[in-house]
Design a protein around this ligand. Sequence first.
Ligand code: ZN
Length: 269
Amino acid sequence: MRYAILSDIHGNLEALTAVMEKCRDLEIDKYIFLGDVVGYNGNPKECMDIIRSLDIAGAVKGNHDEYAANNDDVLESFNPHAKAAVLWTKSQLSLDDRAWLTNLPMRQTIKGAFVTIVHSTLDSPEAWGYIFDEHHAADNFAYQFTQLCFCGHSHVPVGFCKKPIAAQATRQIEELRAWTDPATPEMPRDFSVFDSVSVDLQTGYKYLLNVGSIGQPRNKDPRASFAVYDSNDKNVTRYRVPYDIAATQARIREVGLPERLAERLATGS
Ligand code: ZN
């Protein structure tokens, strides 16, 4: 079975469309959604319609899904720009869309796939914390009872593995450098040389993988990021997909969302 894992789409229709085309090429069987279908970009309704039409094996709620699904009183702590953007997103969704978002679980274990999914962290998903280093990963692994866990939220692809006790390693939890982008800040980036990275799953090891963001990447590579888990071959591959950024920026300006949201897409920041 081949699962595509989609996260942080954020109303970016062009990026989601490009990823859907890639998924057709890859002959995906089922889809896993890690949250934040809406927020930031200008086509929340269209992205909702696409996600809801998929053959979904599992789906969890993101913080932006919660903002759009909730009553307005949760927005009191927001700055005026952020509040205006959330209210605009809400105005684009139907009551049925908002009910669908409300009913998403905070975390989910997918039966038969040995996979747990969460938007932020398994240890306290409703606190919307971020996983950036081995310490955060350790907290998450304490609540991870499947070999694989997929998360999103930071929009930065990072991966960690937890070795079996029998490995007697000095470091039980280690970052998987191969999962993040190979380019370093000192290196000129030639995006044409890298469009996927893979991790082979070893028996007895646990893996925590952030799949990156489709709709607003933040690790200096502006291309959409998503992953495919092949449960027969026991590996996970993360893909980078170029899309029509100028069209997404034009839509942001057309509907009057903040200019900064358009600019950041070009630099992946
Ligand atoms: Zn997000």
